[in-house]
Design a protein around this ligand. Structure first.
Ligand SMILES: *[C@@H]1O[C@H](CO)[C@@H](O)[C@H](O)[C@H]1NC(C)=O
Length: 452
């Protein structure tokens, strides 16, 4: 009874806020889509091409790998620092790719830019996996050392240590953080273990190749790799729910019976998100934002929005519905919740703040990002050393370089946001916050009638 009352009041407040601001239209979503992809240019490591749009950046990390006699130049800085973390980078590239697979036909002129943003990451990941036989390079730079400085990537002089795991994949089971804990944890420790990644990988290879041996692998190993567990968030670390949605397509669109299980679990996930269902258990702010935790919370909102829209698309392909105990949900319910998250992020929220940098009338000015907060190498070519940079971290001035399109960690559980560069939990961007949002924005930029 108590929970019913809460559900009703939450929906009431959502309605109140949805009346507060002028609605976004498809041009706004297209504009946000363009910016969400541009953000990846600001994160580029390596030699920049002549068609770079974020021109305040310069070449950096040009000798990454050289002291180990391998070429690890390129790829992306993960967030506001200058480390190249392989695990979240791979997730971000998968989510960009999935965005194109599902919603590329809505991207119009942004398609080529979206593809270029994937290519920049996958070229690097290919090098990292093929430079040396049986070796996977999983990270460049020691984050403990990197974080002692506030330096532009173009200036950095902290050790570009390279980390590898010899024993990987199915044959040699173990998490990379088992052997590399001191440098990947607590930054990108694999808390969820490796089972979710094995099933995620097998599902993608099956989707891409349609090779029956991966279907057999999923069938015989799925139960031990997490297929039977319900879980309620999707992130660079825990891919279980994403895998279930991906595999449910096989059941919904191709009637592969083995995949019915994944549709059931996808339904359970969706039910947990929608207020009013018997298994509802997500937490939302009063303004309607999914809230999972104080650090980089918007990653959960963007990835949820993507899964909702993707699942809605699969359901629509055969008139399917989501079963939540005695009630059912339609694709329109899912799209509506996704739109709520997208609009909130773009400024339709109690703080009237857009959490995408460079979008809308009000957006954060003190982004926790070294390159954006320090003067550009083009206007200030002299080196700014490790400790000299901290005056820019603590400065009250706005960032001189606009990291266009970056979505930040976002507000707290009361819809409050401190535009404070030193509050990295709220003011730091990350590639994995943006990547799923690209697909969601593509969807809404093309939707002719959008559910409210
Ligand atoms: C399917 O995948 C398996 C395992 O990687 C491989 O041995 C086999 O050659 C593949 N079959 C085809 C038709 O590509």
């Amino acid at each position: 009874m108590v929970s019913t009352i809460r559900v009703v009041s939450v929906q009431f407040v959502w309605l109140a806020f949805s009346l507060c601001c002028s609605a976004l239209d498809s041009r706004d979503y297209y504009n946000a889509l363009e910016k969400s992809i541009l953000f990846f240019e600001g994160q580029r490591s390596g030699k920049l091409p002549s068609n770079q749009h974020l021109t305040w950046r310069g070449d950096s990390g040009l000798s990454d790998g050289s002291s180990y006699h391998v070429d690890l130049v390129g790829g992306y800085y993960d967030a506001g620092d200058n480390v190249k973390f392989g695990l979240p980078m791979a997730f971000s590239m998968t989510m960009l790719s999935w965005s194109i697979i599902e919603f590329g036909s809505s991207m119009q002129d942004q398609m080529e830019h979206a593809k270029a943003s994937i290519r920049w990451g996958t070229d690097y990941l290919l090098k990292a996996s093929t430079a040396t036989p049986d070796t996977l390079y999983v990270q460049v730079a020691d984050p403990n050392m990197d974080h002692r400085c506030w330096e532009r990537p173009e200036d950095m002089d902290t050790p570009r240590n390279v980390y590898k795991v010899f024993d990987f994949a199915d044959q040699y089971r173990g998490s990379y953080s088992d052997s590399l804990g001191s440098v990947v944890c607590p930054f990108y420790c694999s808390y969820s273990g490796y089972h979710d990644e094995l099933l995620w990988g097998a599902s993608w290879i099956h989707r891409a190749s349609q090779n029956g041996s991966y279907l057999a692998y999923i069938h015989s190993n799925g139960h031990t790799l997490g297929a039977d567990e319900d879980d309620y968030s999707f992130s660079w670390d825990d891919k279980r729910v994403g895998t279930k949605v991906l595999l449910s397509k096989g059941f919904l669109e191709k009637s592969i019976e083995e995949f019915q299980l994944y549709k059931v679990h996808s339904d359970n996930y969706i039910c947990s998100l929608i207020p009013g269902t018997s298994s509802f258990q997500a937490q939302y702010t009063t303004g309607g934002l999914l809230y999972k935790g104080s650090e980089s919370n918007l990653q959960y909102a963007t990835s949820m929005a993507f899964l909702l829209l993707t699942y809605a698309k699969y359901l629509n392909s055969n008139g399917g519905v989501v079963s939540c105990g005695t009630s059912t949900l339609t694709a329109a319910n899912l799209i509506s919740l996704a739109k709520k998250q997208v609009d909130y992020i773009l400024g339709q929220n109690p703080a009237k703040m857009s959490y995408m940098v460079g979008f809308g009338e009000r957006y954060p000015q003190h982004v926790h990002h070294r390159g954006s907060s320090l003067p550009s190498v083009h206007t200030h070519p002299n080196r700014i050393a490790c400790n000299e940079g901290f005056q820019y971290l603590y400065s009250s001035l706005s960032n001189p370089n606009v990291l266009v399109g970056a979505i930040l960690g976002g507000p707290d559980n009361r819809d409050n946001f401190a535009d404070d560069r030193n509050n990295y939990q709220q003011s730091e961007p990350a590639t994995y916050i943006n990547a799923p949002f690209v697909g969601a924005l593509a969807y809404f930029s093309a939707a002719t009638s959008i559910a409210n």
